[in-house]
Design a protein around this ligand. Structure first.
Ligand code: HEM
Length: 491
């Protein structure tokens, strides 16, 4: 027994000594022997969100960084935008916590190990070039019209959960653009996938909070692991089925001269086809890697955009004057016409984009990212020690004093004038920053602006974001208080 306890105590004391050392960020109060600050993790995922907020403010107060510990592990919490960028570009390897998601996403870009990520990111960047994205605009318009039609069922019926609609719609959109597969009439499959993905996020956070399950060995015996395997069956079944089908089609049509037949009538090149091309023609990926990239794109691409749309509709519904300004802008671009959104229109929807950014600043749907420190990192005020974990708290970065005394207020106007924005270009970290910035950022803006342009030409929305109760399920998710009501506008 003592053989186990003594080294543990020694390790914890070393951790405690180091985090109270001079050049290190100050330690967050509440350290307990053996477990450190792990008691902060106990509770539900609503409490976890409150802890993230509390640690953010504490880190801001301390000049942009503090240290906490989970057992013998020291973890830094960084909230200074310049320091965030320094860590993000100095240490590109994701932290061990991302390993929890590897059974699901493997070596996809979010969870992939550094050597693989470097090669694959370079290969995949062209799939998100502006030319490719422009080709998706037809799908974005079609899907937005579909959402407008679906929402019709809720007109005049009082508060409803609009997130259900944005999630199903965003999943169909990503399946169309990334996989080239139309799931719009397969709502059962769609619901099953959305539920399994939601459960997987729950499981990942549950495991993080039950710190004894951080050990892979203990986790492999737990009930959570059994639940995880059930979810993975559903999630992988979908991507494997699609992959097999697209691969057969690809091989059959490879030598086909008839372009219409070759592309099955698609006016764009889905992400999956680029992967297959690189895999079959250049041997760049094996089947498992293709599936992992596809899974990553589906998860990274649908839940994120759907959540931002949900929060944005709630914010717009909470601020009638913002809603009127959006409507005026839409009117000036489209007049009375219910036409499709074009590339030129998107560049004119400046206020709408400001509303999206301000919503993501207030409610960063990826509130925390993490890196493994493979070297000592010198920050503005402190030095972080090699071998530890660095959590970058986006929530705190977005409330840094450089945002001004009104940092907590929802003010889309701040984005319209460079003088009212922080000079530091990395003060906004909604899509992460540095070399591992979100690959889908432009895709997300295009699809979300198109959706909102259709929805707000048709409907007036009301809600009250001050009632929102949120939790962390990897991403920032609503628990209650996010429902909105809609009424039809006269076009
Ligand atoms: C509003 C929508 C979105 C937001 C707020 C968002 C946010 C983010 C953030 C914060 C990261 C960094 C995650 C981390 O380091 O832990 C990230 C990475 C990533 N995102 Fe997004 N994302 C969005 C949409 C998309 C879309 C539409 C796609 C794909 C179609 C996508 C694909 C990815 C991928 C593949 C990565 C990993 C990038 C890398 O490490 O090379 N995201 N995203």
């Amino acid at each position: 027994m003592w053989i186990v306890i003594l080294p543990l105590v020694a390790l914890c004391c070393t951790a405690w000594w180091v985090i109270t050392n001079k050049d290190e960020p100050p330690a967050y109060p509440g350290y307990l022997p053996l477990i450190g600050h792990a008691h902060l993790l106990i509770g539900d995922s609503i409490k976890l969100w409150n802890t993230v907020k509390e640690l953010s403010y504490e880190s801001l107060k301390a000049g942009g960084a503090i240290a906490v510990s989970i057992g013998p592990r020291t973890i830094y919490v960084v909230t200074d935008p310049d320091d965030y960028l320094t860590v993000a570009n100095t240490c590109l390897q994701k932290d061990n916590f991302y390993e929890f998601a590897k059974p699901w996403l493997g070596e996809g870009l979010v969870t992939g190990d550094l050597p693989i990520w470097k090669v694959h990111r370079r290969l995949l960047n062209p799939a998100f070039s502006q030319v490719v994205l422009d080709g998706f605009l037809g799908v974005f318009n079609g899907q937005s019209r579909r959402l407008v039609r679906d929402l019709e069922a809720e007109v005049g019926k009082g508060p409803f959960d609009h997130w259900v609609y944005t999630r199903h719609n965003a999943l169909e959109t990503i399946c169309l653009t990334a996989l080239g597969v139309d799931f719009t009439d397969k709502s059962v499959l769609n619901s099953e996938y959305v539920n399994a993905a939601e459960q997987m996020f729950n499981i990942l956070v549950d495991r993080f909070q039950r710190f004894w399950l951080h050990s892979h060995w203990l986790y492999s015996w737990s009930g959570l692991r059994t639940k995880q395997d059930q979810c993975l069956k559903i999630l992988h079944n979908m991507s494997n089925t699609v992959l097999q089908k697209r691969k057969t089609d690809y091989l059959r049509n490879r030598d086909c001269k008839d372009v219409e037949q070759k592309t099955k009538g698609l006016k764009f090149k889905p992400f999956m086809d680029l992967l297959l091309e690189l895999a079959i023609e250049k041997g760049a990926f094996n089947n498992r890697e293709i599936r992992e990239h596809v899974d990553t794109m589906i998860v990274g691409g649908h839940d994120t955009s759907a959540s931002v749309l949900m929060y944005t509709m709630l914010m717009i519904g909470s601020y009638p004057q913002v809603q009127e300004k959006i409507f005026e802008e839409l009117n000036s671009v489209f007049g009375e016409e219910d036409r499709d959104v074009t590339k030129q229109d998107l560049s004119q929807l400046v206020y709408l984009e400001a509303v999206l950014k301000e919503t993501m600043r207030i409610y960063p749907i990826v509130p925390v990212t993490a890196r493994r420190l493979d070297r000592d990192v010198k920050l503005r005020n402190y030095t972080l020690t090699r071998g530890r974990t660095c959590f970058m708290f986006v929530y705190g970065v977005h409330r840094h004093p450089m945002w001004g005394p009104d940092a907590e207020e929802f003010k889309p106007e701040r984005w319209l004038d460079p003088a009212t924005l922080p000079e530091c270009p990395t003060a906004f970290a909604g899509f992460n920053m540095g070399r591992r910035i979100c690959i889908g950022k432009s895709y997300a803006y295009m699809s979300m602006k198109t959706t909102l342009a259709h929805v707000f030409r048709h409907y007036r929305v009301s809600g009250d974001h001050t009632k929102l109760v949120a939790k962390i399920d990897v991403m920032l998710k609503p628990v209650s208080g996010h429902y909105v009501t809609i009424e039809r506008r006269k076009m």
